[in-house]
Ligand binder design. Structure first.
Ligand SMILES: [Zn+2]
Length: 257
């Protein structure tokens, strides 16, 4: 693979908290290219600039050496772009393999089995988990992820101006509904296998803890919205009835009407 151009993301200036201006001011969104460090050449960086990107987010991970990060940082600053770091939080094969009890459950609904018809149904006393998702919703994982982020930030290239945190929610299809974007339920009516944290502000608390470790840099959580029409951008509302993306619960309700 030449370059892992995993995604493009759009962060509004409001999200970056660079200004305290109230109201829905019309500010052009900041478009950032998301890449892994090693394969990104100077020519690629210049091409992104020509395409209108103002910044590059580089994935911080354990596999990439400091020199690769340093080289990319130089290419980015030479091109006059800003540099962000991106940390993948919940999706972590190493942590999932060493702590399977911290993994995200697939909830009580059975729709997910349609995507995995050959997977044996969980028996009595068993819980299906989504490898390699280790959500921050458990105390053990919350602490482990914070410690990992602390370590990773030591590898951050010079001159970075913000940190994007991906996957602070539950695993995909988290209530078992089969919708990969369903990320809001943790252990939905199934038995937790680790110490579940109380409250609906776990992710906010996590971000606050990361901010303490990020000095004066911006820390930006990346959310996966679910499937209700109100969650979708305005131009995607019309042809997307809720039921198409909702899981069992919504379909059952529709049947009961
Ligand atoms: Zn669901």
């Amino acid at each position: 693979m030449l370059v892992t151009l995993a995604a493009m993301l759009v962060v509004t200036m409001d999200a970056l908290q660079l200004t305290a201006a109230p109201g829905p001011a019309k500010v052009a969104p900041l478009e950032i290219v998301l890449v892994e460090a090693a394969p990104a050449t100077s020519e690629m960086v210049l091409q992104w600039k020509r395409e209108g990107f103002k910044a590059v987010a580089v994935v911080l991970d354990e596999q990439t050496g400091k020199s690769a990060y340093g080289q990319l940082a130089r290419r980015i600053s030479d091109a006059g772009l800003d540099l962000y770091c991106w940390i993948e939080v919940a999706r972590n094969p190493k942590l999932a393999a060493s702590h399977p009890r911290w993994m995200a459950a697939l909830g009580m609904h059975e729709d997910w089995q349609k995507n995995f018809p050959n997977f044996p149904e969980p028996g009595i006393g068993e819980v299906a988990k989504a490898f390699p998702w280790v959500p921050i919703g458990y105390r053990e994982a919350f602490e482990a992820h914070l410690a990992r982020i602390e370590q990773l930030l030591q590898r951050a290239p010079p001159g970075w101006c913000g940190l994007l945190l991906n996957d602070l929610q539950a695993g995909p299809s988290s209530c078992g509904c089969g919708n990969l974007q369903c990320r809001w339920a943790i252990d939905y009516s199934v038995r937790p296998t680790a110490t579940k944290l109380d409250g609906d502000d776990v992710a906010a608390r996590f971000v606050a803890e990361v901010r303490k470790r990020a000095g004066d840099k911006a820390v930006i959580p990346v959310w996966t919205t679910e499937c209700a029409e109100v969650d979708l951008p305005p131009d995607k509302h019309q042809e997307m009835p809720r039921q198409r993306l909702r899981g069992s619960w919504q379909r059952r309700r529709a049947r009961e009407r």
